[in-house]
Design a protein around this ligand. Structure first.
Ligand SMILES: [Fe+2]
Ligand SMILES: [Fe+2]
Length: 201
């Protein structure tokens, strides 16, 4: 099964900055994603994207929402149409005339799978947060107090431990950090501080 998208251009330049409202995004998510675990993953990645855009990139509110929306919707079709991931959500957002940058970020969240390289900072951070967020969440679930008291050292140990959350690609995490020019430690610290706060839409 190939998920290669077979193209590099997404959306229309004329639709730049067109977004869904948070309510519309939540409705789409609830409609398409029935699996609560997957929904939480998307809420977490969306939360991380929005927080990074705001706190690190210092972007304005409108841009922060574009980053968050990309995170919230990046796996929208994975639950019900895994063989069409992420083609289906991309085509849907194109029909809705959504910002091409948001669509490109979604299209490039797995360069090996989809054949689209992350280009913008939004693209690169979505790629970087995606797998790492899931691994960190798995780590929180095996700790008695979840994210509370979590330390970088323990998280780094789990990342090195290949049998832990074995479905999370360490190659992707390494590649994403390199492309973003951000150390793994920085991302781990950011997720430790923020991820517990992202629990619902
Ligand atoms: Fe995905
Ligand atoms: Fe994901």
């Amino acid at each position: 099964m190939s998920l290669q998208l077979g193209r590099q251009i997404f959306g229309e330049p004329a639709n730049a900055r067109n977004v869904l409202t948070p309510e519309q995004t939540g409705a789409l998510l609830n409609d398409w994603v029935l699996n609560e675990r997957l929904k939480l993953h998307m809420v977490q990645v969306g939360g991380l994207m929005g927080a990074w855009a705001s706190e690190v990139e210092k972007l304005n509110e409108e841009d922060c929402w574009r980053w968050k929306m990309a995170g919230l919707l990046h796996d929208a079709d994975w639950d019900q149409w895994p063989d069409q991931h992420c083609k289906k959500i991309i085509e849907h957002l194109e029909q809705l005339q959504i910002d091409p940058e948001v669509i490109h970020a979604i299209a490039s969240h797995g360069p090996v799978h989809f054949g689209v390289d992350p280009i913008t900072k939004m693209d690169k951070m979505l790629y970087a947060f995606d797998e790492l967020s899931g691994l960190m969440h798995a780590y929180s679930l095996m700790r008695p107090n979840g994210y509370e008291g979590m330390e970088r050292k323990g998280a780094m140990k789990r990342i090195r431990e290949k049998t832990f959350a074995a479905n999370v690609s360490r190659d992707d995490i390494r590649d994403a950090c390199e492309r973003a020019g951000i150390s793994l430690e920085t991302l781990v610290d950011f997720i430790i501080v923020h991820q517990a706060g992202f629990t619902s839409l």
